[in-house]
Design a protein around this ligand. Sequence first.
Ligand code: AHG
Ligand code: MN
Ligand code: MN
Length: 332
Amino acid sequence: MSNKDRLVTLDEFIIEQQNKIEDATGELSGLLRDIGLAAKIVNRDLRKAGLVDNILGDAEKTNIQGEEVKKLDEFANTILTKTLQNSGECAGIASEEEDEIVVFENRKRAKYVVLFDPLDGSSNIDVNATVGTIFSVFKRVTKLGENCTLEDFLQAGEKQAAAGYVIYGSSTMLVYTTGDGVNGFTLEPSIGEFCLSHPNIKTKKHALTYSVNQANYHSFSENIRKYIDYCMSSDGNKKLYSLRYIGSMVADFHRNLIKGGIYMYPATHKDKNGKLRLMYECNPLSFVQEQAGGKGTDGVRRILEIIPTELHQRTPVFVGSKEMVEHILENQ
Ligand code: AHG
Ligand code: MN
Ligand code: MN
């Protein structure tokens, strides 16, 4: 039976990729499989939201970034943390929902650290709109056999060994890259496996969709306002562009990855560094976008070249189709 006769599962695909690399040890493959497992557990419980307690609603506290924490933020954070600790391939994690890094003292020999946004778009949970999980993997730089440290996490995005996201949409998909293109897997609920559905994803160079919280228009710089004016301009009575904005970065990003478009969260008068987090959101999604042929910038620098100084640091971000991001860069 050839692979054409049946679906290729995420685990099979990962092993196939690993076999192409001569000195691969299987550790990164194991880690990716465990992220897939955590995603399936989050997905299972997310799909019951509204029917069982402890899924919808606020956890009645704020995180280190002063944002309201939802019950599902906490739940997804715990599932990812525990699954990665059990994995054996992960020396520690950093999460949008944790103040500091979490060191797995029983995993001193593990080569990788993982950073994640356990639940992206949490304001959308209670209204049954699309949410996601975003992850970023680095090979540690400190000595194996010792506890991992903050140094292992504060690496530039271009050093990511892997990155991706899970989108809990009308179907659940896992999309990831290890620096050799981008592949997407759709969860087949009847067998409980992610199966290859979107091989070698490439983004259009240019498209007619932009995604931004346009209510911040008056708080953007003049150049960004001009770009938005340009997107809103018309050819006679006919509009040129469409605005699509859900308020879940994963959902807006995924649509633009598949159909072409640009996602932006620029600096505002109030938030000089924008709102989104470099390590949990902008780095992993820029890595995916670059691997699909697109670009990610903070308006000046390539996102992946930013040397982080703080775990929870924020950055303005423009990520999407190559020519659309270049248009922003040329007009800064
Ligand atoms: P999170 O739910 O992880 O805190 O992320 C929310 C982010 C991002 O997903 C989304 O695009 C953006 O915040 C929306 O912000 P605005 O409501 O300011 O547009
Ligand atoms: Mn987020
Ligand atoms: Mn989040």
